[in-house]
Design a protein around this ligand. Structure first.
Ligand code: DCP
Ligand code: CA
Ligand code: CA
Length: 353
């Protein structure tokens, strides 16, 4: 086990696909390239209801934006190509992109169909190396999917996302730890996640200054901000300084969570098998303890590689480790009694409801 006391430098990468839905439509229909493309509700010659999901950069030149009523978009640019949302296609592309991204670090947090954080901490030794990883990721996504994306790299999630915004479109931007606070100083306070128009107006009043920059808000002490905004205030204090402690949290797409153990040597030592199994149940439970689950599976692979599973289902709910263990241990014991073969691997997984 690596027991180095030296603290590893945090390196977080943020990837965001460029004009995602519209870019996919361009890829599928090369004749659209260079023309304004709007994905969203049917404009029905200006009478349509619903909104713009997104549009390409040509359409943005006309002032069209995500979330805008489709009727307004039609007024701004009636000659644009208006397309319905083909969510199935976008989901498929999203999965393909994340599959590529996942190869760069298994610690990946998806935040939307087109956006994810990837924790490179410990995987790359420097920001120089991180830039190369980011460049590789962009290249592979383009080679495999024919789509451009933008990438930001910095010391935490907030700064990586800000770097990505600066890189957009079709670019990469690195903000090293020493550059972080300085880079955001001249940005507007609303750049900070959690600071919206209302919070900004409050800050404007306190500072007696319109459209304050982040550097203007540095005059507030931690306790002042806590007085103004409660718990969020303390967070703002750090975020205004480029500090964000929120971890990259892997959100598994898989509807089940499980763990396996392969024994060093094939075995029938019940005591040892049960001990390992108990640990597997504990590990899995700690991952799902605030999730509702509705079933469990025990896996057993014998020495000849024959693999069997036994499962039970129950009502969806949150369950204790004891409950999961009680329910599953009998299944495990059956594997031991139904055959005299030695066991090579055992596994335990639960189904997320
Ligand atoms: N989306 C949507 N409705 C919104 C915003 C977004 O349906 N109000 C969808 C369409 C976008 C996708 O989510 O393609 C990703 O959203 P982004 O905010 O990342 O915007 P884009 O990827 O379209 O453009 P950008 O190049 O600015 O990232
Ligand atoms: Ca995007
Ligand atoms: Ca996005």
């Amino acid at each position: 086990m690596g027991n180095s006391k030296k603290k590893k430098e945090n390196i977080i990468l943020h990837i965001d696909m460029d004009y995602f839905f519209a870019q996919i439509e361009e890829r599928e229909n090369p004749q659209f390239k260079g023309k304004p493309v709007v994905v969203g509700a049917d404009p029905k010659e200006g009478k349509g209801r619903g909104v713009v999901s997104t549009c390409n950069y040509e359409a943005r030149k006309f002032g069209i934006k995500s979330g805008m009523p489709i009727s307004r978009a039609y007024k701004l640019c009636p000659q644009a190509i208006f397309l319905p949302v083909n969510m199935q296609l976008y989901k498929r592309v999203s999965r393909a992109v994340f599959q590529i991204a996942q190869k760069f670090s298994s610690k990946m947090e998806r935040v939307s169909l087109d956006e994810a954080y990837i924790d490179l901490t410990g995987r790359v030794g420097s920001y120089k190396e991180a830039r190369r990883e980011g460049e590789d990721l962009r290249k592979i996504v383009f080679e495999k999917e024919r789509l451009t994306c933008s990438i930001g790299v910095s010391k935490n999630k907030m700064m990586a996302k800000i770097a990505c915004e600066l890189a957009k479109p079709d670019g990469i931007r690195i903000i090293t730890p020493v550059q972080a606070a300085k880079t955001i100083a001249s940005m507007k306070v609303e750049t900070i996640p959690g600071i919206g128009p209302k919070t900004r107006q409050f800050i404007e009043k306190k500072l007696k200054k319109k459209d304050p920059q982040i550097r203007d808000a540095l005059v507030f002490s931690k306790s002042e901000l806590a007085d103004f905004f409660g718990k969020r205030g303390e967070e703002f204090y750090y975020k205004l300084r480029g500090i964000d402690k929120s971890p990259v949290e892997e959100k598994k797409e898989a509807k089940s969570v499980g763990k396996e153990h392969t024994f060093q040597k094939d075995t029938r030592d019940a005591k040892m098998i049960i001990k390992v199994f108990k640990r597997l149940v504990g590990d899995v439970h700690s991952q799902v303890k605030d999730k509702k689950i509705n079933g469990l599976t025990v896996v057993c692979r014998y020495e000849d590689f024959e693999t069997h599973t036994k499962q039970i289902s129950f009502d969806a709910g949150k369950y204790t480790e004891e409950f999961l263990y009680k329910k599953s241990i009998s299944l495990l014991l059956k594997f031991l009694t139904q055959s005299n073969k030695k066991i090579r691997l055992i596994g335990f997984r639960v189904k997320i409801a």
